[in-house]
Design a protein around this ligand. Structure first.
Ligand SMILES: [Zn+2]
Length: 178
């Protein structure tokens, strides 16, 4: 059984409705490519739809990712939530959190508001030029959440704090980003 439906729009077949899968909604515009990279969705073999600059009454614009896997771990999207973790909850999306909806049989069976994860490995890079991870490329880049709001990650090796991060993904490399 297909996990989605499509419809014709101006002569082209487009994704209409996910019947079984995951919808990541309220993504700050422009963060979609990083999210696809960090979730390993860049070369996703199933059906996936990316909606950019969707009008949103609350934020002006947002991005949405839909794909046909209901179980894939997407907790790393918490790295991109624009608002503090404590605003998550029933009204989380109203307060600017990224939402993750799991859909089965066209019904939302679970809705979550991921916050920044406690530990990340090979996602964020240490910016300290004297850190061992800067000279020894084969060492894993391991960071722990030092502070949840706003999120700050601390390098396991040199204790340097990272307040902002840009996630490497195939598009960044392709377009010369860092
Ligand atoms: Zn470091």
């Amino acid at each position: 059984m297909k996990k989605y439906t499509t419809k014709k729009l101006e002569g082209r077949q487009v994704l209409d409705c996910i019947q079984e899968g995951t919808v990541i909604d309220h993504i700050p515009t422009g963060k979609t490519w990083e999210i696809l990279g960090v979730l390993g969705l860049w070369d996703y073999a199933g059906t996936i739809a990316v909606l950019r600059n969707v009008e949103s009454s609350r934020y002006g614009a947002k991005d949405i990712i839909k794909f046909d896997d209901v179980e894939r771990d997407v907790s790393l999207v918490g790295l991109f939530s624009p608002k503090p973790a404590s605003t998550a909850g029933e009204e989380g999306d109203a307060k600017g959190q990224i939402t993750v909806s799991r859909i089965k049989g066209t019904k939302v069976i679970e809705k979550t508001w991921p916050s920044p994860v406690e530990k990340v490995k090979n996602v964020i890079r240490c910016k300290n030029p004297r850190c061992i991870t800067s000279s020894e490329q084969e060492i894993d880049q391991v960071f722990s959440l030092a502070q949840p709001e706003p999120p700050v990650y601390r390098c396991r090796y040199c204790q340097a704090d990272v307040h902002e991060w840009k996630i490497n993904n195939p598009t960044n490399e392709k377009f010369g980003g860092k």
